[in-house]
Design a protein around this ligand. Structure first.
Ligand code: BDR
Ligand code: CA
Length: 325
């Protein structure tokens, strides 16, 4: 079967970093065309460099491009408490030998998508604020024809993590999210309703950290940082939100999914960044009904698939990473 062509737009980010590991473990299923970075969990300089280092560390031979350095309208808002000052839980990943693409991520995405062979499309996986993708759609609206769907981590049908009702990626750049939501491109929203169930538990993190397996250890160390430095400490588990879009593409059966029409609050009021999931399909025309939201997840299956993937990736890295602490 032909591999699904994917592009990962991310802001590593502890869970983004684990999502890149998960992608690297599934190169049989995914053809990863590019990794693009966007300002989010940390500054664009930090997250872009993290993406470049992580890709090489995991053995991904993929172009990495630096994108937008701030949300469309607002000032950046970083998440150092959850992800550390360096964005990846203070873990030290060896500096990549490869260099970053010279081209801005938005321009690169446009070129890459347009250069896909006739009739071919790519799936965009977004695990940070949607700023790069909104810019792409605004500058080059015709590129929509080359995007199969956008599967993104963000939002929630119910509840938030930054405010009572807003999730981080949406809260940071709701204006960008609205552009994406109104684009007509098929969307799958992997929001908190599902991602809060997709965790690694304390004992699983400890085992990953203690394993001699390079991928498992680094991902365990990163998740361990979030575990120790946030309220995850009291929950005894860490949500690995950003793996969910990729997990959904490989194992949709572990999620509950519902058709919806998406919008987001772009006001300055207390609901800023809150996603609105309209389930009233009868109020909308057929062509508007192109989006889905994940409403639930089987957490144990998620853990099983993720942990297995990390160990498998680590096995393939042995030799290359000997001596890395
Ligand atoms: C999302 O916010 C970020 O901090 C995480 O990387 C994830 O993408 C969860 O709300
Ligand atoms: Ca992220």
């Amino acid at each position: 079967m032909e591999k699904r062509k994917i592009i990962i737009d991310c802001d590593p980010g502890v869970d983004d970093a684990i999502a890149l590991a998960f992608a690297a473990a599934h190169q049989e299923e995914f053809e990863l065309l590019a990794v693009t970075a966007v300002s989010g969990n940390q500054s664009i300089e930090k997250v872009a460099q993290n993406a470049l280092n992580l890709a090489e560390f995991y053995g991904l031979d993929v172009p990495v491009a630096r994108g937008m350095d701030a949300p469309l309208v607002k000032e950046p808002l970083y998440a150092a408490k959850t992800h550390g000052e360096n964005g990846i839980g203070q873990c030290a990943i060896p500096a990549a030998a490869k260099t970053m693409m010279k081209e801005h991520a938005v321009l690169y995405l446009n070129r890459l998508l347009k250069e896909l062979p006739e009739g071919k499309k790519a799936t965009l996986i977004a695990t940070g604020p949607l700023t790069n993708i909104a810019m792409l759609l605004r500058l080059f609206p015709e590129v929509k024809d080359k995007i199969l769907e956008i599967v993104f981590m963000g939002g929630a049908a119910m509840g938030g993590n930054v405010t009572p009702s807003a999730e981080f990626n949406m809260y940071v750049d709701p204006d960008a999210a609205r552009i994406v939501f109104k684009s007509g491109i098929p969307l799958v929203m992997c929001g908190l309703d599902a991602t809060l169930k997709c965790t690694l538990k304390r004992n699983q993190i400890i085992k990953l950290c203690q394993s001699g397996n390079p991928a498992a250890k680094v991902c365990g160390d990163m998740a361990g940082y979030t575990l120790e430095n946030t309220s995850a400490k009291y929950r005894g588990e860490v949500s690995i939100h950003d793996v969910v879009p990729l997990m959904y593409l490989l194992h949709p059966e572990i999620f509950t999914i519902k058709r919806t029409i998406l919008d987001v609050d772009c006001s300055e009021g207390p609901a800023r960044g809150t996603t609105l999931c309209d389930f009233r399909w009868w109020e909308h025309d057929e062509e508007e009904l192109t989006s889905f939201v994940l409403l639930d997840a089987d957490g144990s299956r998620f853990q099983e698939y993720l942990i297995t993937a990390l160990y498998e990736l680590g096995e393939s890295m042995r030799g290359r990473t000997e001596g890395i602490q």
